[in-house]
Design a protein around this ligand. Structure first.
Ligand code: A2P
Length: 291
């Protein structure tokens, strides 16, 4: 098989990305490409590069403004659609039952896809008090087969418990900020108790200096790996699904090459010891009061 420019395409099942089974029976890759703040053309190029390197999951969102680029990148790669796990998210302005159904149609159209593998509520916005209705729309989309798996992002336990109580359906994932400066220990334990997988946004700490921390550098040097690779390995060994963002081909490829080595307990502790409680993006617990 060949992509549109004649490059050989890896076989349909990527050996590089193992999968984890979610609570809804869906198999999700253990690592995916993030495209936050990438323009449409940048996203298209990054997605194509990633898929040709062996990635099989891409995480976007309506508010990123680059769903059309993600769709183009998938098409340009030549990788079969059914082999790619596409995640997108409904934005705050489109919360509510009917608005979410319309927003999904618009996202699918921009992506150029008839179904999406995973659809998430981007933020709970509890002051709007619409997230249970938004969730009802996601449940319908899944029942109709337009979405294979549904979940949430930036949700606290109280919001997830309410969804479960009112709908009887638990989210498959909660996508949260998580990196060596913010471990989310309490939330990860809660997820485990409900069978919810943890996806990490900004798993590298969004260039805020965690990759150059001496502990990370020491672990990287011991393995002959890059700081980003040992941090991604730290996520995988905690059972977290990291979504590193990059538009740089060399980094995109390097960030996937994390399945052939293992950190020991001391090295895991060294990376955990970098710090905790440092947010590089909006802190949901602060936003809850104003949203
Ligand atoms: P770029 O997209 O220019 O390659 P996060 O996923 O934690 O939010 O981090 C994203 C940021 O980290 C982006 O600025 C991205 O830059 C950069 N980045 C991604 N991969 C690597 C890497 N392997 N080494 C260093 N920086 C990286």
């Amino acid at each position: 098989m060949e992509s549109t420019d004649g490059t050989a395409v890896p076989t349909s099942v990527s050996p590089a990305v193992e999968r984890v089974e979610l609570n809804d029976g869906t198999a999700m890759p253990r690592l995916g490409l993030g495209v936050f703040q990438a323009g449409v053309d940048e996203a298209a190029a990054a997605v194509r590069t990633a898929l040709l390197a062996g990635y099989r999951m891409v995480d976007t969102a309506a508010v990123y403004g680059n769903e059309a680029g993600v769709g183009r990148g998938i098409a340009d790669s030549g990788v079969p659609r059914e082999d790619v796990f596409v995640v997108t998210k409904v934005w705050n302005d489109d919360q509510g039952y009917d608005a979410t159904l319309r927003a999904f149609d618009a996202s699918a159209a921009r992506l150029g896809l008839d179904h999406v593998d995973q659809y998430l509520i981007h933020w709970p916005r509890p002051r709007l008090d619409l997230y249970p209705e938004t969730w009802r729309a996601l449940c319908r989309l899944r029942a109709e087969g337009r979405v294979r798996s549904i979940g949430v992002s930036n949700f606290a336990p109280e919001h997830i418990d309410r969804l479960i109580a009112e709908s009887g359906t638990a989210p498959a994932v909660n996508q949260i900020e998580l990196h060596p400066g913010l471990h989310q220990g309490g939330l990860r334990a809660y997820h485990a108790s409900r069978g919810i997988a943890t996806q990490a946004w900004s798993p590298l700490g969004r260039g805020q200096g965690f990759l150059s921390h001496r502990a990370v550098a020491a672990v990287a040097e011991a393995h002959g790996r890059t700081p980003a690779q040992v941090v991604l390995r730290w996520h995988l060994q905690m059972g977290v699904v990291p979504l590193p963002k990059s538009v740089t081909p060399e980094r995109i490829r390097g960030n996937l090459d994390v399945f052939g080595f293992e950190l020991d307990a001391t090295e895991m502790d060294l990376i955990t010891g970098v710090g905790d409680g440092y947010h590089v993006g909006p802190d949901p617990s602060l936003l809850f009061d104003i949203s």
